[in-house]
Design a protein around this ligand. Sequence first.
Ligand code: ZN
Length: 590
Amino acid sequence: MAIPRDTIEIIRERSRIEEIVQRYVPSLKKRGANYIGLCPFHKEKTPSFTVSPEKQIFYCFGCQTGGNVFSFISKIEHLSFPESVRFLGKITGIEVREEESRDRDKGLAYLKRINVYAMNLYRRVLLSEVGRQALEYAHRRGVSDAAIEEFSLGFAPPDGAYLAGRLLAEKVSIEEAVKLGLVAPSTRGKAGSFYDRFRNRLMFPIFDHRGDVAAFGGRIIGEGEPKYLNSPESDLFKKGSILYAFHLAKESIAELKRAIIVEGYLDVIGFFQNGVRNVVAPLGTSLTSQHVEVLSRYCTEIVLLFDADSAGIKASLRSLDVAAEKNVEVRVARLPEGDPFDYVKKYGIRRLMAVVDSAVSPVEYRIQRVMADSGSLPKGRLLLALFRIVDDIRFDSEKRAQLKKIGALVGIEENVIINDYERYRAGAKSPTNFGALSKKTGEEINYLARCHRELVILLLSHPELVESAMLDFSAEGMTDPMAKTVFSKIAELYSEGRQISIDRIFDEFPEGDIRQFLEKGLEKSFVAERPAEAYSEIFINVKLYLIDRKMEKILEEVNRQGDRVSSEMLIEIEGLRRDKEKLLSYLQTR
Ligand SMILES: [Zn+2]
């Protein structure tokens, strides 16, 4: 993206958020300083969707979605940030001219043309005499002609330099084709000759989200290694962000608000052939955080459907931590046998969908797996494995709920298992004093993180406080990466003399955890009263906390040194005590 900052600013100025939102939310009505209407992002009967014309932001108290005018368009039209800037440019009649990207675009367009050329060639070969065996293979596996057409399947012939020869004859830049991983320089043949990387393979073109051919996957016909060969990463192909068939599936995903993730190309095709189209596959074994990010713009539920003997389970489950930050629920299911493609052939789509619908939360899934594999494991060992899963649960209420369920599974009463878990937390992890110490550090991070997060949100909603904050706080003093990053950004804008507001800061973080954090923080812009008091409360709380920690440390030292304690130390404690009293009395007199 290379839209000049000035253009973005002009479009921002011209796009009144209340007017833009009105186009999508006819119920939007002025109430006091704000506008209120029915949320377009979740179903509701009483309006909780709020727009502030003064701050140029929106926030829904029902589903906690919020943002500025660009993110509103991005959410409702499913567009990226630059796309939504262009979209609003059109509405407001401001021309968006891109910088510097011309040459790069030209280069990319050329690469795309090479991929399209290869795809069309492979397609023709599959339907020709040369491809007869491959076509028979596809039919025998159960791939329909309609699917071959829709997924643009092709065949790369066994001939060592079929594509390379064609590219040379057509005077296509062979260097660029090498970059795409279609051909490679020959090491054995004469210098300057090239061979095809894909040979004797059924070819699955991989399209990016716009529907351009980004890469290929090829399955060997008959015996040979590797069974599947993918294009290497290139300027067109970033594995971690592309999902197979997403360009075909996204409409259905948006409509059903659910995406089904399977492991292979054929599995996707199996679903499509049976009329289920909200299905995609990652191009490695696991789902990445970028995948989750993209999907969360289209749906509220992601179901991971693993093969019975899946290798990708562990990696995918790890990537789910990301999902917890997004507004998307992830569920996991595992087939009792084989893979989805064979399963649907054998049992039909209804039974396959029943497996999909039986998906459970990742935690429950992990508990199920441990229980299934437990066999004759002694109860203590089994509990230890289960407690480790409970450790990963973020909220105490859910921890409790899962402990209760585990108790029921292994036949232990609720209080007993909760007590066991507490003992495990205290003991198993901290055989020495080290455990107790690290627990305290954890608490400290949590408490300070909360204060600092509150602080940055407060500053964004009330920029008049930024000046004091620059004196009272520093980014270095912040342990929480989220608060630290946002605070540094505020400091940067402040030092450049630029205007600070929550709707501007939004564009600095177009996606990711920080974006989510800012969205949640928008609520404060609407409800926080008396910002100056809120500010001094945060300031004092942080100060008090740091004083307490310091005092504790000194007292520990005093206890250790016994009689040899120095008078400086006692003076320091006295000083801290006085500071603390002053702060406390300030809090009370307010
Ligand atoms: Zn809502």
